[in-house]
Design a protein around this ligand. Structure first.
Ligand code: F1P
Length: 308
């Protein structure tokens, strides 16, 4: 199970958090307007961070670097925001670097990477270079949590027993699911919806399985038609005692012959602990890849970063 780099990169998240907690997190100001820009998982990190910032009274949005380029949104960004935070684990994704270049000198830019001396950090005014979170494998795993935690520490630092979470998710992604299921659906609201998106992406990237994400009860409005005994549904609930509506949905899914799990918060701050929920999808994707005989470090058809 543990012979691939991806496995170590997932499991070292507790170590990463210790280093992140020694860093000075960004100091957010309520009057400033922040925009997070990135691609793939780095965009999903921006979605989650900005969602939680908004919940805490800050002004923050997220957008893909691709949309900024396709729609040439540079003037709009300069007019509506005070700081552009560009996230890219590698610092090489061309869409993100290009946006940083085109914004340069017109709005303050902060680059966030998991390596030193990257093109993104080079073009931004300021940079967070989390080189301790560098990853050799193609897929972004532990570094995602490190970036999210760094920014959420700027709002409030919470204690999370990461080893406990990893143990729990390891148990939850049991052979019953890994060996029998091939269609995965992640459900949640707000930051948990973004986490559902990120989880579905990890499963797709690592195991090349079909995966989906929806807002929890929206799943009943159409997508549930594709449910089969091969399907496994994960509901990210924000309540220690899940809502009866979430429980009824899980029951309905099981009545239709699929499996369902509800993941409830581990801490007293359900919004901020979102930084570890991604580990479930990472472990599931990793285990499915191993089960299917795939190399999770170098998934078919993917590269470490995308060039235009
Ligand atoms: C962005 C990204 C990754 C993804 C894939 C292609 O990379 O979309 O999230 O896993 O391998 O690139 P980056 O800008 O964060 O380096």
């Amino acid at each position: 199970m543990a012979s691939f780099k991806t496995y170590y990169e997932i499991m070292k998240v507790g170590e990463l958090f210790k280093t992140v907690d020694k860093m000075t997190p960004p100091k957010f100001e309520k009057v400033k307007r922040y925009i997070f820009i990135g691609c793939g998982s780095s965009y999903n990190a921006g979605l989650i961070i900005s969602e939680i910032m908004r919940k805490n009274g800050y002004s923050a949005d997220a957008i893909t670097a691709g949309e900024v380029l396709v729609k040439e949104m540079f003037d709009e960004i300069i007019k509506n925001y005070d700081l552009a935070i560009l996230i890219s684990r590698t610092g090489y994704t061309t869409e993100t670097v290009k946006v940083a270049e085109l914004l340069k000198g017109r709005i303050q830019t902060l680059g966030v990477t998991c390596d030193r001396k990257t093109p993104l950090a080079n073009v931004c005014d300021l940079a967070y270079e989390l080189d301790f979170a560098h990853e050799d494998s193609v897929i972004m795993t532990g570094s995602f949590s490190a970036i999210v935690r760094l920014f959420l520490n700027g709002i409030k630092r919470i204690d999370i027993d990461v080893e406990e979470v990893l143990k729990k998710f390891d148990e939850m992604t049991s052979n019953d699911i890994v060996h029998k299921k091939s269609h995965f659906i992640f459900l949640g609201y707000r930051e948990r919806y973004h986490m559902a998106k990120e989880s579905a992406l990890k499963v797709q990237e690592l195991s090349l399985d079909h995966s989906e994400f929806h807002e929890t009860l929206e799943y009943r409005h159409g997508p549930i038609a594709l449910l089969s005994p091969n399907s496994h549904v994960v509901i990210f609930s924000e309540f220690k005692n899940p809502s009866p509506l979430e429980e009824n949905l899980a029951k309905e899914i099981m009545d239709r012959g699929a499996s369902a799990q509800i993941i409830v918060p581990f801490t007293n701050d359900p919004a901020l602990e979102v930084q570890v929920l991604n580990l479930y999808g990472q472990l599931l994707g990793y285990k499915r890849a191993i089960h299917k005989g795939l190399n999770p470090d170098k998934p078919h058809g993917l590269t470490k970063f995308v060039s235009l």
